[in-house]
Design a protein around this ligand. Structure first.
Ligand SMILES: [Zn+2]
Length: 251
């Protein structure tokens, strides 16, 4: 298991919102650094961003240099995580800003570029993948990711919506069971679905179990290709513990 991170993500002054707030990256990295090796990611190329986003929108973000630099670095982390996952090395990218509310030509919810869509489209453009199972377990629907990948027939995106954690886990198990072979398993990991966070649902063991189910799925596919990237997660006292639990199931 490899963790993707860049110390620049510690800078919390690129934006004034929940996702950019101080302590988020520290909470996660304190736990993960003790357990895994960390690889430093670089920046996505503008041509990578253009695989997903309209030029006019990219220019609009570029006009806010602090945000543009951090968002491009975040996309770079997702790209590296996807490449490692594709090579059979499970990985988790601890990145911000998140991306799953970024559409082709707009963004909301602290998101600017759709990190996940950029990483997956890059692999597809390189001819390395045709089919993907994408789980987004953030408390909020990854509407941006869906928009950015709507022209891709071979991708199955699951945002489980359930009243209880038991139903939630059941939905995930059923979806995995029903899905045949895929070339790659991708995860938008939003820890705001935690019981003490805004989603008020999953507990720490559920994050472990989600990781474990996806690991088993990748074994069933016979290639072990899987990666995850950070989306939301704002309850700092348990954020690191939850990210570690997911990684321990996923590794
Ligand atoms: Zn969220």
């Amino acid at each position: 298991m490899t963790i993707i991170f860049n110390p620049k993500f510690y800078q919390s002054d690129y934006a004034n919102n929940n996702s950019a707030k101080p302590g988020r990256m520290e909470a996660i990295m304190q736990e993960l650094e003790k357990n895994y090796s960390v690889v430093t990611n670089g920046t996505a190329l503008e041509s990578d961003l253009a695989l997903v986003h309209d030029p006019a929108y990219i220019n609009k973000i570029k006009a806010q240099p602090g945000i543009y630099d951090m968002a491009r670095l975040s996309a770079g982390g997702a790209i590296l995580a996807a490449q490692l996952g594709m090579d059979g090395h499970p990985s988790f990218a601890c990145i911000r800003p998140p991306g799953h509310h970024a559409y082709r030509s707009s963004g909301w919810g602290y998101c600017y570029f759709c990190n996940m869509a950029i990483a997956l489209k890059k692999l597809k453009t390189e001819g390395r993948i045709k089919s993907v199972f994408l789980l987004d377990f953030d408390a909020h629907t990854g509407d941006g990711t869906r928009d950015c990948l709507s022209d891709w027939k071979g991708i199955r995106i699951l945002n489980p919506m359930a009243a209880t954690r038991q139903e939630y886990m059941k939905l995930l198990e059923t979806a995995i069971k029903e899905t045949g072979h895929v070339d790659l398993i991708a995860v938008s990991a939003g820890f705001d679905s935690y019981k003490k966070d805004v989603g008020k649902k999953l507990d720490t063991f559920d994050f472990y179990q989600i990781g474990y189910l996806l690991k088993k799925f990748s074994k069933r596919c016979g290639h072990l290709r899987r990666f995850a990237i950070l989306e939301g997660g704002y309850y700092l006292p348990d954020l690191g513990k939850n990210a570690l639990a997911f990684c321990q199931g996923f590794e």
